[in-house]
Design a protein around this ligand. Structure first.
Ligand code: NAP
Length: 271
């Protein structure tokens, strides 16, 4: 029997997830299919019921459905509950279970990219307060940061997220280059710096000398932020690994094997 799963979005053509899952299906020799599934916001719920009736094992969910997916779940993981959105659905016995693996993917990427990740060097600083920022705040808390600062163009959104993560997170406003003073871990979760978007205007001079700089934007792979950080001698981590690592829990649930993120897979997705 062919095992089926996919990635649901609107639009969905740009998704790289099928490349990742096809690579692992091939590696394990599993008879499975992972496909792009276009569902409009209006047709989301009906589309999910259709996939269940056709025997799909589950699906990844991307923009704009992550909150809607959260709403239709019968049960969600603890981290999805905290994040308030779901990117991985498992269908079993007619029930829908939801998880959010974006923060997990971020964590795994940083852990596997840095030899020593010292979360006690100083505060973490998050730029952006959109959907992705929620997973990153979860991940930074999980990593052990006690002082996380969040800055966003729309200050009210940073304030709202800081309330959800109130034990660790404070909203900051004002000039971004001043606000990052002393930060020891800087992550851009805004869409600034992505192909087709404006650049992130920032001066990194005030960062802690041992700061790590990371960007979850992976197109281009080396954003202006990472280029500036590299030129100033800061350690950097790009965003592609997050995309690869967030896919592993879903694959294991649907196809029954624990996949690995390899340099070969990274090269394949880059191509
Ligand atoms: P989103 O919910 O639409 O949030 C966009 C964020 O960018 C908001 O904070 C928004 O600020 C900010 N922003 C957009 N245009 C801006 C501008 N001109 N000036 C200042 N701020 C601006 O998007 P998302 O889902 O969080 O995704 C954000 C980025 O992360 C995207 O580039 C996405 O591709 C990337 N991402 C990567 C991964 C990965 O696996 N590596 C996973 C998820 C997302 P306002 O609130 O003020 O609008």
């Amino acid at each position: 029997m062919t095992l089926r799963a996919g990635v649901i979005g609107w639009p969905i053509e740009q998704s790289k997830s099928p490349i990742i899952h096809a690579y692992w299906l091939d590696k394990f020799g599993i008879e499975g299919i992972y496909e792009k599934i276009a569902l409009s916001p209006d047709g989301f719920q009906e589309g999910i019921l259709d996939l269940i009736s056709k025997g799909y094992r589950g699906a990844n969910v991307t923009i704009p459905h992550k909150e809607a997916a959260f709403q239709i779940c019968d049960t969600v993981s603890e981290r999805a509950l905290k994040i308030g959105a779901v990117n991985t659905l498992v269908f079993e016995d007619g029930k829908v279970t939801g998880d959010n693996t974006d923060g997990y993917g971020f964590l795994e990427n940083i852990r596997s990219s840095l030899e020593n990740w010292n979360t006690e060097t100083g505060p973490a600083f998050v730029i952006g307060a959109g959907g992705a920022a929620r997973g990153i705040l979860w991940a930074l808390e999980e990593a052990g940061y006690k002082d996380i600062r969040i800055w966003n163009r729309t200050v009210a959104k940073a304030e709202a997220l800081a309330e959800v993560f109130s034990e660790t997170t404070t909203p900051v406003s004002g000039d971004l280059s001043d606000a990052i003073n002393g930060a020891a871990f800087l992550v851009n979760t805004s869409s600034l710096g992505m192909v087709g978007q404006p650049q992130l205007e920032i001066n990194l001079t005030g960062l802690h000398p041992d700061a790590v700089v990371t960007d979850i934007v992976y197109n281009p792979l080396e954003t202006d932020l990472l280029r500036q950080a590299n030129s100033k001698g800061f350690e950097t981590v790009d965003g592609l690994g997050m995309l690869l690592h967030q896919a592993t829990p879903g694959f294991e649930k649907w196809f029954g094997q624990k996949p690995e993120v390899t340099p070969e897979l990274r090269e394949l997705v880059l191509k």
